[in-house]
Design a protein around this ligand. Structure first.
Ligand SMILES: Cc1cc2nc3c(=O)[nH]c(=O)nc-3n(C[C@H](O)[C@H](O)[C@H](O)COP(=O)(O)OP(=O)(O)OC[C@H]3O[C@@H](n4cnc5c(N)ncnc54)[C@H](O)[C@@H]3O)c2cc1C
Ligand code: FES
Length: 512
């Protein structure tokens, strides 16, 4: 079948030489099997390999081939959820531990970069949370008070951010945040894992998970890996069918990389307080451009599969950028990606609920996947090494969602509402109405069919019903993918799974 993907590419991907990996051609046993080679999986593999454990990493695509290569790589413990909310949800001690864990995650990245000599542009920079209305300015006051309650004393309210054009209202100034080049970092982690005796297999898509005293996973090529411990670091857990997916929701988020003349924007992280919010950073020292830096601007989030004009999101992001950063030049990169928003703002890291004790998950990163992924590495390593960890309870995936019952109900009612698609008409009545390079949903009797027309005008059809729990997918015009509006599974134009929770492809069309 002709391979065709209109997926966007982020600023990071062409700049890095990844270390060679292996193909899984035999059944193997090991101590710890880790599924997923993003920041969560590779950090866990690295830290365990340093402890002398025999680790094996299985990855469907390439190192960093999931959301990690789509990040904007802010490193921050100024959490999106805001600490005045976290104090309400987890108490002062819980909020303090959340702040501490993300701060220590940045320290851990800095330590690994130093120990392994990874050249990944890691830089400590300050962060600014910027109000643009009187209401937002008042919320800044609330946030500052919460930060002082949990003992973060060196955050300061300032009259203006260092970029005059951003706002005339005050901002909070957070010291000691960070930024890095994620793909250079992951390449360095992977190299170190292999030097420590670990093995990394790419092109190894796991289709089956069997729990037990020894856990076994089976790939689509029918090769198996058996291990004493299994870590599922697939961004959203593909081994957990329901529980976790009711406690987090998939959102698409958009990013652009725009040229700005060197030294016109101070090197810092900037976040506004809109819903969805904008997040901004610099990538300095860009390859082959002595005159410019790249300003990376993100935002315009919406629930996956529930926006029929994602291209408009890039336009809005560019308009916002030009308004707030008048020095912005040519747009060099545009890309989108997916984040999982936990209903209470913190990731789910630890033992998989309702499973054997030797199966672990890391998910629900929100916009803090770089630090949540690093926390996952530290926390799961401690669980496997049978050491106490101060953050284990806070991030326990079994914790009740009822502390945030409003958000929990809102997201699950939204999922229930998607089942209306079973009774709605199709977007087209005939495959010939689908234009080259696009996809549309067609009704045929009781079935909903996903029709894709390739660039040569050939129509490809598969079932539009998501194998996870049966919602009807929709066409993503920006990424040329079929996206499920319920829990975020994504499929390529021909129905091959790209992102879980589904591990299976879209089915064949029933011949009625
Ligand atoms: C546009 C954008 C901007 C962001 N900005 C920031 C930011 O500034 N700061 C921040 O901290 N976070 C940010 N994030 C979030 C962050 O990028 C992610 O949360 C993080 O990369 C997730 O890492 P992960 O290791 O959990 O998942 P991934 O990187 O997605 O890794 C999971 C891996 O598992 C593999 N996999 C999946 N299923 C299987 C299977 N069945 N078998 C084998 N392998 C499988 C996938 O191919 C993938 O490579 C951003 C995200 C986006 C999209
Ligand atoms: S991802 Fe759950 S139904 Fe599609």
């Amino acid at each position: 079948m002709k391979k065709e993907s209109g997926a966007t590419k982020s600023v990071w991907v062409d700049q890095v030489q990844l270390p060679p990996t292996e193909a899984l051609n035999e059944n193997i046993t090991c101590d710890v099997c880790i599924v997923g080679a993003g920041i969560a999986g590779l950090t866990t593999a690295y830290l365990l390999s340093k402890e002398g454990r025999k680790v094996v990493v299985l990855e469907s695509k390439n190192i960093g081939g999931g959301e990690s290569s789509r990040t904007t790589a802010h490193l921050s413990n100024a959490l999106d959820e805001q600490f005045y909310n976290l104090v309400k949800l987890f108490g002062k001690e819980g909020a303090r531990l959340a702040c501490q864990s993300h701060g220590q995650a940045i320290d851990k990245i800095e330590e690994i970069v130093g120990q392994e000599d990874i050249d990944c542009d890691f830089t400590r920079v300050d962060g600014y949370l910027i109000a643009t209305t009187p209401d937002e300015a008042e919320k800044l006051g609330q946030e500052l008070e919460a930060l002082q309650q949990i003992g973060w004393q060196d955050v300061i309210m300032r009259k203006h951010s260092p970029v005059d054009t951003l706002s005339t209202f005050p901002c909070l100034h957070y010291p000691n945040q960070g930024r890095f080049h994620i793909m250079k970092y992951l390449a360095g982690l992977a190299k170190a894992i292999m030097e420590n005796g670990g093995r990394i297999f790419t092109g190894a898509h796991v289709k089956e998970f069997k729990s037990g005293a020894v856990a076994t996973v089976v790939t689509t090529h029918n090769r198996s890996v058996s291990a004493n411990h299994l870590v599922v670091a697939t961004n959203t857990p593909v081994n957990d069918r329901i529980t976790i997916h009711t406690k987090q929701a998939p959102y698409r988020t958009y990013a652009i990389g725009v040229q700005v003349p060197k030294d016109t924007v101070p090197d810092a992280l900037y976040w506004d307080m809109k819903d969805p919010y904008h997040y901004v950073r610099l990538q300095k020292d860009t390859v082959g451009d002595a005159a410019n830096d790249i300003l990376i601007v993100g935002g315009e989030d919406h629930k996956t599969g529930q926006n029929h004009n994602p291209a408009e999101s890039f336009r809005k992001l560019e308009d916002w950028t030009r308004q707030k950063f008048p020095m912005a030049g040519q747009v060099q990169y545009v890309w989108s990606g997916q984040v999982y928003e936990p209903v209470d703002g913190l990731a789910y890291i630890g033992r998989n609920p309702g499973d054997e004790d030797n199966v672990y998950i890391a998910t629900g990163d929100s916009g803090h996947g770089m630090t949540h992924g690093t926390i996952a590495g530290m926390l799961i390593t401690d669980l496997i090494m049978e050491r106490p960890n101060p953050w284990a309870k806070l991030y326990d995936p079994s914790r009740s969602p009822l502390k945030s019952v409003g958000e929990y109900l809102k997201e699950n009612l939204n999922v229930a509402a998607q089942f209306k698609d079973y009774v709605t008409p199709g977007e087209v009545d005939d495959p010939m109405q689908v234009l080259p390079g696009t996809g549309s949903i067609m009704r045929k009797g009781a079935q909903k069919i996903a029709v894709y027309c390739d660039q040569d005008g050939v129509r490809h059809q598969c079932s539009a019903v998501c194998p996870h729990m049966g919602c009807v997918v929709s066409w993503n015009t920006v990424e040329s993918s079929w996206d499920c509006p319920c829990h975020g599974s994504r499929f390529d134009p021909f129905g091959k799974v790209i992102t879980g929770p589904s591990t299976a492809d879209l089915g064949k069309v029933n011949q009625e």
